[in-house]
Design a protein. Sequence first.
Length: 579
Amino acid sequence: MSLLTVVIGSAFILMVAYATYGRLLTRLFQLDDSRTTPSVELRDDIDYQPLSASSLLPQHFSAIAAAGPIVGPIAAGLAFGWLPALIWILIGSIFIGGVHDFSALVASVRHKARSIAEVVRDHMSRLSYLLFLLFIWIALVYIVVAFTDVTAGSFVGAAQPQNGNVPGAAIAGSSLLYLILPLVMGLAVRYGKVPMRTAVFAAIPLVVVSILIGKYLPIDLQSWLGLETVGETRKAWSVILLIYCIIAGVVPVWLLLQPRGELGGYFLYAALAIGAIGLIVGGGTIQYPAFRGWSVELPTSTQTLFPFLFITIACGACSGFHSLIASGTTSKQLKKESDAKPIGYGTMLLEAMVALVSLCCVMSFAPGSTELKGDPNQIYAQGIGNFAGAIGIPREAAITFALLAFTTFVYDTLDVCTRLGRFIIQELTGLHNAFGKAMGTILTAGVPIFFMLRHPSDAPPLFRTFWNLFGASNQLLAALTLLGITVWLWKTRRVWWVWLVVGIPTAWMYTMSIWALGVMTLPKLFSETRPTFLADPVPYIGLILLVLAVVMLLEAIRVLLFSSPAPPVTPSAKAVGVA
């Protein structure tokens, strides 16, 4: 079978899903453009600012996509074969992930763009609210840890293409040049009154320039700081990236978040287009096995397809992190309710295509190939290099582009996670002043710095230790979000198909994530050689997440069984929180 057949067939399925299932979602949630959205009602041009769908979509897309739809599909494809990964990406994105993202966005907009945790408080209990906030913050910390380490590895490692090397120092140079562009764009739009679209199209050629000249302006921390090992260099880059997160987490959205989101969105479009066009022009046959078995032996454990496939591929199929973006930043910029369909549901399906292109990077190589022996970012770069070569793009430039694209996606995630962590700390403490803003930001980035600094420099990369925990907690966050939305929607709509559209995805995500957390944590906790928290925090954090999830589920059952339904409303009602 050819790669092209898989890509074209999958794209067709996703387009049909957007037109049909997306329409069903708009009916269930009764989108109404006559309602005033929070971005208009509460506009302050710092956090709340209405954007058109064409501007908000690439920002939201680049924020949710990040490295997840690259790392997850590649890791799962290598472990279990491409067919189980493909099936989960398609079914998950259409019936679970897309529903999750869309409903989180609409629920937040109906509650003055407040977080999903606050929606839970309004419709469940204060205990549920506090537990959910704590769960979200822990998940954010591990997202930041995992993605920071992956990005740091891009800056110190070296891909090995056939036609020359692309060292990490060159990627770091290109990345710094890229980061300057959104700042210039934000200033030009804010003070020069340049239209955002004009600023984006002016910056795109400069992105190409940053890719091409990065190797002439390398940032080699190992030499500059006199570091002895690659592990020490990776750790230094991690700290620098987290300091960037602290700064990016407090600056106004117009200065960095919005212009970088717009530019990053087009960057992501370009990566998707190069991969798709290369597949169409170059074709190529699938060389990797479709199915490799129900279990895989890893250096430290054995993983079975159920449940680990469903936590390894998070972004690209379903990701709880998306609800934080939808209810944390996107809902504060949604101009009208009908935009929720392309931004909430449509971008999830687009992300599925990113995941499919990433999976094709594995499918295009035979088992045991040299190209499959690197980290996921390098495997992705090798695959994109092959696809780009089919349309005449030099391989070295294509690999640099792919690695920079990977890093760019992570930037979007890191600073948004830090900003969201700051929101949560401020909600928990009630400190909404400048001190609370600074404290929340520093705490959210400071805990990852602690983990980074104490990780042995000669140990395997930190993301390999935390990726499964990140995946399980991320999917459990999706389950908790869907649980809260199910309660809200049932109390305000009272139609039986709420249980089909939202209830079944909730049950599935709860089952897979709790199953995975149990397998990962309980054997270690009850073994005779139980590690200390500082030696291995994974089982202890996993246990905390399990307890929080069980208590949340019990609270939801109590509310559904014993609370009174909300009064019926008409679709045109203007009250916040109605369906």
